[in-house]
Every structure is written in C-alpha cells, then in structure tokens.
Design a protein around this ligand. Structure first.
Ligand SMILES: [Zn+2]
Length: 339
C-alpha cells in the first residue's frame, strides 16, 4: 500500500493495530514498526507524517499521536525526540538520553520479536552498552549475548560498572570526552593481546572485524574504560599534561619540531610522565611508550592527544561548542571543556 505524501490536510485516524512506543526509542524506529505492522512503506510513512521529503525531517508529535492512537504525553515520555525543554520537569525525564547523540540496538530479550527488525533503534547514554538484566551487549550495529562467553562476560560487566562509577566521580561530560578519546586511541593499539584474546573467544581464531561489530566493541570495551579512567582523572591528567607546560608565560616563540607555537617542546621524560606510562602499560597497553617527537610533522596518536589537550587549554577551539551539549536531559550545557 502506498502512502500519499502530498496530502497534508488528510485527517489522521489511528491505525487499526496499536503499536506501543518503547522507552527511549527513536521516532524513525517507532514509525518503522507502525509501517511494518500495517505493511506500509516506512520511508513514505515518515515523509507523510513529517509533511516533508527532506531527509530526517522532524515528525510532529501531534500527527504521530493521531496516527498511532497513543496519547501525546505517553509518546513524549517514551520518545526523546518529541520532548522540549519544558517537558523535562513535567514528564520527569531528567537523566534520560537526549536525542541525536548515540543510537544503539535494543536487547533482543527485552524487545521481543522486534529484534528481527533491523531498523529498531534507541537513544542511549555513553554507559548504556549492556542490558544488565540479560547480559547482552547492545551495540551500534547489532547485539551480542556476552553471557554465552562466561570467560569474558565478567570482564565486560565489570568494565561497565567502572564506567558508571567514573561518571559519578568525575562527571558525565568529562568522562564522555575521555571515553571518546580512549576509544580512538585503543583502536590504534590493536595489537593489544588481551583485546585480541577476547576477539578470538568471541569469533574464533580466524576472526576479522569491522570497528562497529558488536564483538569488536565488547572486546575493546574493558581496555577503553581503563584508559578512560586515566584520561578523565585530574590526577593522571596532571601527570601527563602539566609537566609540558612552561614555567613562565612563553614569549612569542617560533614553531619548533611542529609543536604548536605556545609550547617550546614536549618533555621527553619526567617522573610524572614515567609514572603515567607505567600505569598505561599496566592497565591498558603493555607495549605503550611515550614518544614526544614528530616524524615528518606527524605524531603518535597519544602524543597528538597530549598536544590537542595542551592547545585547548591556551586556545579553546571555537568549533568545539557541539561538545558542550549535554547528552542527557536536565543537565546544563557546559561552557568550557573539561580540563
Ligand atoms: Zn534485556
């Protein structure tokens, strides 16, 4: 059955079979399920509801409520995209994930037969990677029953508990930034033996992976969280960052070795740097070493992270404002990046 997009004045009636929204589901996913239930074309139904053929045009809540037969306040509570800032107190959704940050699949055991629909998606916070009721990894492209791998599951579950503890201790935004950087760095340290052992356990000896494969995400996660701990802790950050700072305000320097002009050079070694390196080797990557020098004006990924952090202290990027948007409802936008 085709849905006519160019009939915006068509009175909307509830579809015959009621489809209930799921908590934190994306609007596109909910519409997709309505379409699948009634054998409609999902993209045409989305365009019809949004009254626009523009990609990702927002769907008005009242039209979705009229079509689905679900009251608007119920839809708003379940679907974060329909909520305005006024709804945060009214619906008591503080702490729930805001839309447009992180999409994940659902836990197959929690969402029932809908897990076979490949477009069912949920908005998630950074730490929402495991269904704690069923020990299922809910990844960006698929789910993985980690409970079927008893030798690995406790490590991944423990890492998730540690992730939540870090958020409580250092704050959600500081940990979010550190988690993103740690994910990038750990991906460049692919020769990590512990991560490779977990991948072998998940996928067998002949594994090959894409980065967004749920087995890859779950395998990297414990190491990523260990590095997140170091990159979000004020103590460990000061050990690796502060020793490079000039003792006095730098004069107008020329660039040396490609280091940003505000820094004369990066230190090769100090007791603080050595302690940080030992901790990374012990908890994250045994082959880690600190290399402050550039090769053809290119730095090791970790050295690049150090330079970016130092640069950000002296000259915050005007393009970094998107990072300041909180990932949950009820949190105020942060004016400055975490130091
Ligand atoms: Zn579940």
């Amino acid at each position: 059955m085709r849905v006519q997009v160019d009939q915006p004045t068509l009175p909307l009636r509830p579809v015959p079979r009621c489809v209930r929204p799921m908590l934190n589901e994306t609007v596109a996913s909910f519409v997709w399920r309505i379409a699948e239930t009634h054998r409609l074309h999902p993209y045409e139904l989305l365009e019809f509801l949004a009254q626009s053929q523009r990609h990702k045009a927002p769907v008005p809540g009242d039209r979705l409520a009229a079509l689905s037969g679900v009251p608007l306040h119920v839809l708003k509570y379940a679907l974060p995209e329909l909520c305005t800032t006024d709804d945060v107190n009214l619906l008591r959704i503080a702490g729930r994930p805001r839309p447009n940050f992180r999409e994940r699949v659902g836990c197959p055991r929690c969402i029932g037969h809908w897990h076979t629909s490949k477009w069912v998606r949920f908005w998630a916070r950074q730490e929402d990677v495991i269904c704690n009721s069923h020990w299922v990894w809910t990844g960006t492209t698929g789910s993985l029953e980690i409970s079927a791998y008893p030798e690995i599951a406790p490590e991944v579950i423990r890492a998730n508990r540690r992730h939540r503890r870090l958020i409580r201790r250092y704050g959600r935004e500081a940990v979010r930034t550190a988690y993103r950087h740690a994910g990038e760095l750990c991906w460049t340290w692919r020769s990590n033996k512990q991560t490779r052992n977990r991948l072998t356990a998940f996928l067998g000896p002949e594994w090959s992976i894409l980065r967004d494969d749920p087995a890859a995400e779950a395998s990297y996660y414990p190491q990523v969280i260990e590095l997140t701990r170091l990159l979000s802790s004020p103590y460990w950050r000061s050990l690796i960052l502060d020793d490079h700072l000039p003792a006095s305000t730098p004069r107008e320097p020329g660039e040396m070795l490609g280091v940003p002009a505000r820094f004369c050079w990066l230190m090769e070694s100090t007791p603080g740097i050595e302690q940080f390196v030992r901790e990374v080797r012990r908890t994250v990557y045994p082959r880690f070493y600190w290399n402050p020098y550039s090769s053809y004006r290119s730095y090791e990924p970790f050295t690049k992270w150090v330079l970016d952090e130092l640069e950000e202290r002296f000259a915050p990027s005007p393009y970094g404002s998107w990072r300041h948007q909180p990932e949950v409802f009820g949190a105020e936008p942060t004016g400055v990046r975490s130091k």
